[in-house]
Design a protein. Structure first.
Ligand SMILES: [Zn+2]
Ligand SMILES: [Zn+2]
Ligand SMILES: [Zn+2]
Ligand SMILES: [Zn+2]
Ligand SMILES: [Zn+2]
Ligand SMILES: [Zn+2]
Ligand SMILES: [Zn+2]
Ligand SMILES: [Zn+2]
Lengths: 462, 462, 462, 462
């Protein structure tokens, strides 16, 4: 295996930044310090003028998601490869059972799909229905499979929506198991009614998508899930917080001492809802995801949440449908498959709009792109830390490098880029996964199947 | 009919207080002014040193509520008579259809029961299920029966609970009809789970009641109903706001300009949750109502809401079950019939704890005991105002009079008084209903069947 | 004296609107009711399809304000005449003593200037310094001169700024006297420092004005004054609340039950800070007032405050300096005399942006343009109410009438109009002052000296 | 020098806890890891079942503070020795120049006094007046003396109070220098007025102390200082946040993304204002400090701030006056010297009320007692971290050890203990300072003069 000597950079951890060389051997970090000597045979990486950071962890992706007999464009190989190109060394994807499907069966299916992954990966498991077998299988997943988080969709009525009855039962079970409940927070009944109402008003195009899912629909659901977690005394993690209303629900709960955590998508930080009014259907439809991009003003508020510590992680909800797939909703916005990409661009976008603007420090960047996720999902400091003993998952970050983001040049197999044309300053020069250089100055060396499934222990395992 | 000359008092309306005599004839107020002459044959009421105010309106009572083959102790006669003794000249009660029962049928049943009322009355109608006939009948009630408000119970799972699907449909229908949706805000799924959880912990007595309905259970539901109303653009009225969490949900919504209104029960203003820890089952059980009485600190917060205008009305949820009825839950707190009295004491309790403490002015007292309810439910200034042309429904209020509240001396047929032993300063000396003296210095002259059904027009009738 | 019969309109009071005729005699309203008979000799005003409302009260004007040896363009005659043309029948202006000047002397000076007023008027008195004579004279003003409010400028260092020592002493004195303290809330030390800092950055033009007075400068001062009032247990009225930060300070205080009131200028409701970036100095300078016009987003927030009842009155701070006077600050924005007009346009602007947009009802319009001011400054219902016995100060409002606001057509002697070019729907057709028609369909009949000084009793006079 | 081998404990850092041995040599930590070998000649410390944490840092003490010709009971030796006994290895004290005294002179005086310290120490410098020499000397302190924080007293009128003019100038200077402004937040004008008012009411005893400094007095000042910092774009640290009002001001600012930090005293977390009503003057007076202990409810709110991350550090404001000194205010509470102890008890009290109750984790304990202070005042990871290269300042913490806190058994020279009689579970078994065992199982081995002055670099030194 490769030995790396990463020389002369500034190591950035969530707690501080400092000048140091880094040595990795056998897939682990073996030394961090000033003026180290290069081990014999080591590959030298010159990190002068650059930052050496823990590889990004994307806690929210959907690779190879089945949909209407087809799947998203990126499978676990191409999706994780694109991630590596963007400086990410781990993803946490989702197992999503159909209602009534045994959740162990769905879990095994996703495990199979993921074997081709190029980077390390892990799984949240969605709870889409409830009975005693589901309850039992949650225990198996936590105790033997290394799953410590369960997802609940509060929207998508008549499909995977989890009603309050299931929600309260599952949250209670999470508490027993030491697992973290997470929620996609939108009030599914309201979305359902509004989709019909908007259609009745004659609005059939993508501009109807945000009208059917206004911010309060998300704020309500976030508040509800948080209140339930409060009553049941279980922590909670809210995925893709997109608006002021939801961010305030989290902040209010945290102000009363509750353990609530919020995730923000890179897209929600910089894209606003004007995209849905684009005259070209394909362009507008390509932005259809839920929660939708939000009116100006929300973006700044999300940044403030990340600055103040009431929001904690950044993700992408990477879920790439191509134009042909999106066309399924040509005459009815509610039929447009929901999803956008971003796994490859997240770090650069967050750096550019966060660090370059003075909103956050490099250490805070590491916190919200890697370390916090590792801590919240209990794989820290194996992941999320540049320290001796940690996995050799690193990104060498060139703060002076620039790049114009585009679908034309992306590694992802998607055919669209929601950051199209945005020039960012601050890009990865090298990505190190399991101690190997998998991305070097634009050269992607991802290996199919090299990624490992990462077990995440329950929180009460002390 | 009687002509009254109420001489030398201070008339108090919601906008101001001023010295004036008041004359009533044929059930209406015919003159308000200084130094009026007594009409020939008028009955003279000396209001010197006293306040002349619009009679109280209790917007939340349950007279003659059927329960397990029996009914509450107070029927429409004894309940409204007790109300008159306390200075109230109107109540708004509830028609509560069983799920699947035609709502017009339930409405007619309640109208029949109410014919014996001694004071004027009106009805909110509960929406406990949903189909096209319910939707249609809501229109009939608004357009021909003078019902302009519909109630939704967010708790009482497996009984009258209204799930989110019904809620959003009914709210949307209210908007079409110009009717006000109202909610009993508690998350029924959480209550259901907590009742089981508390029982599993071995807690079977009344002390389990508040444990199964913590404040956040109410706060969540209030926030949810308000958010739904916001999204659908309909006003909303939250009944019996009992805790900080719910009051804050209302205040937040109002701060964004939403039309949200909150009702507070007299009991919630002055009684705290220590009552559930009373060693005597009967006493503790007698206080069982929902939402429960709350920990200290909540009472002050409710007062602040009334002071600042984020809460609007006071009520009682008068619903009197006797000790024998309460005993149904002797071994299981969740079986104790929910309800307490108060229609007779509300004005005195609110005056004593509000005006005497300096929290509110006499005009604000009139606002929160009478005028605001009349405005919100569209019977102002027929009710809620001492002005020419208004109904001659008045209370002459003696600010120096004192009384010790007690089940022993109450007119209500209930056998318990949640204000037992409290000595209040400020009591009605006379109550005038439809121009008749129905309560004079302790002498109750209520007449069975004298009360009229009051139609309330829809809000879009201009 | 004239007798008026205002026929067929909809009377709008703060508590409700209703069809009624109105009769005025000898300067008072003598009848309000349906189907009245016209008194013999009465002048008939046809109010069909129109609203009959209490005349507007502008609680914040500066007529004839002395400045650098000259005065504002509008004196008490032209200013109140312009007010009448806009539907206002009362103004409350300010006596502003120089530091060290006896406040009774200043008061007499202003009383003299005001004798030419065409409408009724009253005075707040500013406290610009402190010693025992000031304390004594405050008593005289309250007890014998009918002044029940005192103004405190928290900005204008080295001029009329009132430091915290004076503030706390004066607030305490207000409490003793039953008078309302009011504040111009801006942190004068910060403004002073920022004016220098902005100038050092090379910014000398009007665009420097808002940079030297950012919203937090106002928010801080508002919060401070309110906190002091809270500690000393005195109510407080914050003039010209212009931004989210100050409005939130008020809302927070009200939520804890404090008696805090907020005033909003018509200009702050509809004009934003882009005006300071106008390339023409005269135009940009014409908008210089303090607090400055604010970034977009603040306007909506102020409306929400008025909707929810955390803000209470609307005013203008009418203070007209012409282009030649504004030119004093051609090379230094801090030397531009602060002030804009508006007394003539307020009602129309508030109606158009408030009632026509659905934000407020006609009754709420009356509350925030007239009745609330009358109540807060203790001249209700003499002013602010269409009811028998009230002053015959009325405006007949044509909701279908339109007008394009412009300096070219205004009655005010100012040479600028901050609402220039705005077309409003809803204008006064008739203004009635003291029972006389003083403005009829565009014909202004203001009479020099016809206005009366209105005494306002202290709040503890019961 | 001593070599230590701390074996078998759980190392707790702010980011995580993990089993590890720790080796220290020459005053530095040289190894942290599992199954290390003991260096030859090392002193073995058995940490089995115990936590090994960075030594506490108390960011707020007043040792040897001169007062009326005498000084506090604890000088720099006895005070730091008491600190070591409690697990603290660093204090940050205050240089407090008299108004008009050259600040360099005061700085040198304090440096001299501190030479006898037994543990490491550093200094904040107070800005009590303003002119160009003060401005210049702030530069010298930052650039050559390692001072990176300046303190501002917003109370103590006619003594060391810093008015808004000085505040804004000093804050601006801090920004230029990369120094952190800190404030004692109380409105000095209000305190001054209230002290007189309370005295005029006949209240002369210690019960008058909290009446003269109600929470809003602190909340106002905190809000003001934070607003000024916001406008000037400088971070700010608020010392001894004691009440809801101040904590909310911080939380509000953080929610808009501002860099605001809050410190809480151990005393304010567990002691309430009932102490001032103690019948014994000496006892009541012994609790006199500012801000005063607060009504119940505030304590929980402070904990919530620490939990949610809106408050950051814990301190003591250790300032010990004995009964004879306190007696100076026997007839006038405003003359009682302000101050209480606590440097010895802070860690145990915070652990007991924080970790044992489940409010915070051991890692969060380290954050709020050590690491956060080190980061905020720029001495991390030299201090505040158990990691290779850090100073060997450690505490071995026995979570099973118990102790009853008492003046009788304390090492501090004060004669009172505000935690008297409180039995805590969780106490230091060993304290290590500069690699030496200075406290072992109750045996204090503090050495006069062994402590070093710690320079803290400016924040813009990259
Ligand atoms: Zn989702
Ligand atoms: Zn997703
Ligand atoms: Zn109810
Ligand atoms: Zn009820
Ligand atoms: Zn002003
Ligand atoms: Zn002004
Ligand atoms: Zn202090
Ligand atoms: Zn101190």
């Amino acid at each position: 295996m490769t030995t790396l000597f990463i020389r002369g950079g500034t190591v950035v951890n969530a707690d501080r930044a400092f000048k140091a060389d880094v040595i990795t051997q056998d897939g682990k970090i073996t030394a961090v310090g000033e003026n180290l000597s290069a081990p014999v045979g080591a590959t030298i990486v010159d990190a002068g003028g650059q930052y050496v950071m823990p590889g990004g962890i994307d806690p929210h992706t959907h690779m190879q998601l089945p949909f209407m007999g087809t799947t998203t464009m990126d499978d676990f190989f191409t999706g994780t490869a694109a991630g590596l190109a963007g400086g990410n060394t781990t993803i946490i994807d989702f197992v999503i059972p159909n209602p009534q499907q045994p959740i162990m069966e769905a879990y095994q299916t996703w495990r199979g799909w993921a074997e081709k992954a190029a980077s390390d990966y892990s799984f949240h498991v969605a709870i889409t229905w409830w009975d005693e077998t589901v309850k039992r299988d949650m225990g198996t997943l936590v105790q033997t499979e290394g799953v410590n988080s369960f997802k609940h969709f509060m929207a998508y009525k008549n499909a995977i929506m989890c009603d309050d009855e299931t929600l309260v039962n599952s949250f209670k079970r999470c508490l027993e198991l030491g697992a973290m409940p997470t929620v996609h927070a939108e009030n599914g009944e309201l979305v359902y009614l509004l989709q019909k109402t908007v259609a009745e008003m004659g609005i059939k195009g993508p501009e109807g998508h945000p009208l059917s899912r206004p911010p309060m629909v998300e704020g309500e659901a976030a508040n509800r899930a948080i209140a339930i977690a409060d009553v049941l005394n279980v922590p909670i993690y809210v995925v893709h917080v997109s608006c002021i209303e939801a961010a305030e629900a989290i902040a209010r709960a945290r102000a009363r001492g509750q353990r609530v955590y919020g995730e923000v998508l890179a897209g929600h930080l910089v894209v606003d809802d004007s995209v849905y009014r684009h005259p070209d259907f394909a362009t507008a439809a390509a932005h259809v995801m839920s929660p939708p991009f939000r009116p100006k003003g929300n973006q700044e508020f999300l940044w403030r949440g990340l600055q103040s510590g009431s929001l904690h992680t950044t993700a992408t909800d990477h879920c790439t449908f191509c134009a042909a797939q999106k066309a399924a909703g040509k005459d009815d916005f509610s039929k447009i498959p929901n999803g956008t990409g971003g796994v490859e661009e997240r770090l650069a976008v967050v750096w550019d709009d966060g660090v370059n603007t003075g909103r956050i420090t490099p250490s805070e960047f590491v916190a919200i792109t890697s370390a916090n996720t590792a801590k919240l999902f209990n794989i820290y400091p194996q992941k999320g830390s540049v320290s001796v003993g940690a996995d050799a998952d690193l990104v060498v970050w060139d703060p002076a490098g620039t790049k114009t983001l585009s679908a034309k040049t992306q590694f992802s197999k998607g055919d669209f880029n929601i950051f199209e044309g945005r020039t960012v300053k601050g890009i990865p020069s090298h990505t190190v996964s399991q101690g190997e250089l998998v991305f070097v100055q634009g050269d992607l060396r991802a290996v199919n199947g090299k990624g490992r499934y990462i077990k995440r222990p329950a929180f009460n395992d002390n």
